[in-house]
Design a protein around this ligand. Structure first.
Ligand code: 13P
Length: 340
């Protein structure tokens, strides 16, 4: 393990002004997105869509790294250029999702546990050879209906740590993603309490598994109420509670935090990040690692039509720029409207 190299990559990923594009939807998930815009989910369409984003040079100037799905990392663009090369050519870092989704953990109140550790030690060097310098593994925690169970929480934290340990062995920066979901009716304080527990257990397991914190990026949820909660929260409340929770749980040796958007609206995901960076007073860089909150607008503009590529790239540029500003604490509503 070359910790110096890992630390350099981790720092590049969270460089102020830029953040990560999560373009690692599984075929089942991207099919859901394509269904929403009336596009058939074929291998070529998936390639064309992602190629459209990676060739959007202006937008990509705000993208420090791209998380790819296993199909995408091996694909070439229409003219034969490897998609990985398109990403490297704009000074962005290719990454790879290595988890294999979830399955219910027996006897754990319906908690899910993330799969994919088997043979991970054989897959990682192949991804590294192809250019991946970081990876992603997502644990999913449901904070409703008496969940999570102790068993579910510990199993997920342990799997994240095993994954992170393996990534570092093969000189790949692990993005450690324990996601507390925001789909339910949980209030903001429940999200806070569950996230605190999840983060504390995750860092305990990372410690037990000898993971070097200087060579990881944490990808947590923000402290928001569930979408179906009786009361929503202000931008200030989300920003303050998220900072407080992370300060209580995340060691300062971690170079950076790159949030998932988790189902927040595009603009709220941006506003929350910007407000946190405006408040400041924490030891890590804070940026985005958004999937939906970066792609919803360009997806809609593209709608599978070659003649719409330019409009889609423009929509992508706008969201990427707004989030780049948010990583500096410099986004505001006037800029959002002016540039739109
Ligand atoms: P969202 O920003 O859409 O939550 O996706 C980020 C991600 O990579 C989830 O694993």
């Amino acid at each position: 393990m070359n910790l110096d190299a890992l630390n350099k990559v981790a720092n590049r990923l969270v460089e102020p002004g830029r953040g990560i594009l999560a373009a690692d939807e599984s075929n089942a998930t991207i099919k859901k997105r394509f269904d929403g815009i009336g596009v058939e989910c074929t291998e070529d369409n998936r390639r064309d869509y992602r190629e459209m984003m990676f060739r959007a040079k202006d937008a990509m100037s705000f993208v420090s790294g791209v998380i790819l799905y296993d199909e995408t990392i091996w694909q070439n663009g229409k003219d034969g250029t490897p998609l990985v090369k398109l990403i490297e050519d704009v000074n962005s870092i290719p990454g790879i999702k290595v988890d294999e989704g979830t399955r219910e953990l027996a006897g754990a109140r319906g908690d899910l546990v993330t799969r994919g550790l088997d043979k991970l030690h054989e897959r990682l060097p192949k991804y590294h050879e192809k250019g991946a310098r970081f990876a992603k593994w997502r644990a999913v925690i449901d904070p409703t209906n008496g969940r999570p169970s102790y068993a579910g929480l510990v199993a997920n934290a342990h799997a994240l740590a095993r994954y992170a340990n393996l990534c570092q062995e093969f000189d790949i920066v692990p993005i450690v993603e324990p996601e507390v979901l925001m789909d339910g009716d949980n209030d903001i304080d429940t999200t806070y309490a569950v996230t605190e527990w999840v983060l504390k257990e995750t860092f305990q397991q990372l410690y037990y598994l000898n993971v070097a914190l200087e060579g990881i990026v944490l990808k947590p949820n923000m402290i928001v109420p569930g979408k179906k909660a009786a009361k929503q929260a202000s931008v200030d409340e989300v920003a303050e509670k998220t900072i407080r929770c992370l300060k209580a749980c995340v060691p300062s040796a971690v170079p950076g935090i790159a949030y998932l958007s988790g189902g927040q609206s595009d603009e709220l995901a941006t506003a929350h990040l910007s407000r946190m960076n405006q408040i400041g007073g924490f030891p890590w860089k804070m940026t985005f690692s958004y999937g939906r909150a970066l792609q919803a607008a360009p997806q809609k503009a593209w709608s599978g039509k070659a003649e719409q590529v330019e409009a889609a790239q423009k929509a992508f540029l706008h969201r990427a720029r707004m989030n780049g500003l948010a990583s500096l604490g410099k986004w505001n509503e006037t800029l959002e409207r002016e540039a739109a």
